[in-house]
Design a binder for this molecule. Sequence first.
Ligand SMILES: [Zn+2]
Length: 93
Amino acid sequence: MAHALFASVAQSTGGIALADNNSHVNRIQIPNSKGTKSYIVAQNNRGGSDQGRWECSCPGWCGHRKCKHLTAMLPMLSQLGQPDKLALAFASM
Ligand SMILES: [Zn+2]
């Protein structure tokens, strides 16, 4: 059920649902604005204070902990739950 919801949220962001890996869950591959490459938006699953934080693999997020991808996607991603961490993600933007 959770996976069906995740797949539908991933699709609504224009991305592709990916399998979880060792460090992240709810991974979504999204194309960049030019369509020349792709980034991965995912939720941190390493534990600690970053647990549940939404992250993006683009240079903007890596450098500044904010990016247009996550800003645009968070309202849709919020359907997946963990509202506390989502609020943190919003606050950091
Ligand atoms: Zn990004």
